[in-house]
Design a protein around this ligand. Structure first.
Ligand code: ZN
Length: 386
């Protein structure tokens, strides 16, 4: 999971005047014109919209200032040393401008981690090109610097998924958490770019939040997970008790739907499992999917969960022989997909465009078939027909 420089959500937004007085870091200028990093009243940092940002807009595209490949945890420190040794001065400055979390610092200061970093520095950096060895004091200073940078890396790194390792994205790192995020972050494994898109309209001056946790969880579970970052979330979903019941019901519906779809797929491949899913048929499952869609929208959750639920509803629409309904949900899924990742990428392995054209052609065939049947029936029963 991403470990980021994030603080409490629910902090106030900036006025237009406050926004215009902010200075943009050159790095921010390069990644976005739509938002900037600013101090929040609690003296942490946050990202704020500098203009109205429409739903689906690409807010920022960022490359990692430092990244390491996918390795077991115990090898991460060494991979980090190798990457740090090759970092540019500008990227080192950006890395060092980020915060160092006390928990991350605690884990770096552990004797085994520090001694691993020391060993690597001694083996690889302690002798210069003309064969001169560093003094113990110089080496110690170098190890201190490496430890501090590693702590910053652990505080701010993002797991980019699909075996592509971890990286630090300074702009993204400055975004605070909310259980009602404003953006969807997407890592492109080919270009190595992290793209951030608005998942709903954002007003100039509003703070822009991402999320650190799985949002389809009850509030208590989310807050338990967020303890790792050392804050209690103050977002609207966490402070308005009305959202608790909605959130719990959404989790319940999601579980039922997931179970139904799982066993349904299994049954079609002739499993011996005698487990009966809770939902008895596609009609019931479709009803659950529709209730879940409404609940997610009511809670302002326009990300992956809604996308997947639209997909489920579309497949169930086919099962209940309502192709028009299935097509409607497929188009809804596509709209969320475009909003989250843009028109040229996919949000999952499923190909939404292909699915939409399949459904369109099925509907076309059904229409042709029914008009043919009607025509034949007409010919059959029309007494004036030859
Ligand atoms: Zn929250």
């Amino acid at each position: 999971m991403a470990s980021q420089d994030r603080r409490t959500a629910g902090e106030v937004d900036l006025t237009a005047e406050e926004l215009s007085s902010l200075v943009i870091h050159p790095h921010e200028e390069a990644v976005t014109k739509l938002a900037k990093v600013a101090k929040t009243p609690s003296s942490g940092f946050g990202v704020f919209a500098t203009q109205d940002i429409p739903k689906g807009a690409l807010i920022a595209v960022e490359l990692a200032v430092l990244s390491i490949p996918q390795v077991p945890d115990e090898e991460a420190a060494i991979e980090f040393c190798k990457a740090l040794h090759q970092i540019s001065k500008a990227n080192l400055d950006r890395l060092q401008s980020l915060s160092l979390d006390p928990l991350a610092w605690g884990s770096v200061s552990q004797e085994n981690v520090r001694s691993r970093l020391w060993q690597w520095c001694q083996d690889n950096l302690a002798t210069n090109q003309s064969g001169q060895r560093m003094s113990h004091h110089e080496l110690s200073k170098l190890v201190d610097h490496t430890c501090r940078c590693y702590g910053i890396f652990l505080t701010n790194n993002l797991e980019t998924g699909s075996g592509s390792g971890r990286g630090v994205y300074p702009f993204f790192s400055r975004m605070n958490h909310s259980c009602r995020p404003d953006i969807y972050e997407f890592f492109d494994t080919k270009t190595k770019e992290l793209s951030l898109r608005a998942i709903h309209d954002i007003k100039a001056g509003d703070q822009i939040h991402s999320t650190y946790v799985d949002l389809l969880q009850p509030r208590k579970k989310r807050q338990k997970t967020l303890e790792a970052w050392g804050f209690t979330c103050q977002c609207s979903a966490c402070t308005n008790p009305a959202f608790d019941a909605l959130g719990e019901r959404a989790v319940e519906l999601d579980d039922m739907l997931e179970e139904y779809l799982f066993y349904h797929d299994d049954f079609s491949s002739d499993t011996d499992d005698d487990h009966e899913p809770f939902l008895k048929g596609p009609d019931e499952a479709l009803g659950v999917a529709q209730e879940l869609i409404q609940l997610l929208k009511d809670q302002g959750l326009y990300g992956e969960a809604l996308y997947h639920t639209y997909w489920s509803a579309s497949k169930l629409g086919v099962e209940v022989d309502d192709l028009e309904l299935a097509l409607g949900y497929a188009r809804d899924a596509r709209e969320i997909e475009v909003c989250c990742v843009g028109p040229d990428r996919r949000l999952s392995d499923d190909d939404t465009i292909e699915w939409i054209s399949y459904l369109e052609s099925q509907i076309e065939h059904a229409k042709e078939g029914s008009s043919l049947t009607a025509k034949m029936a007409h010919q059959e029963y029309d007494p004036s027909s030859p």
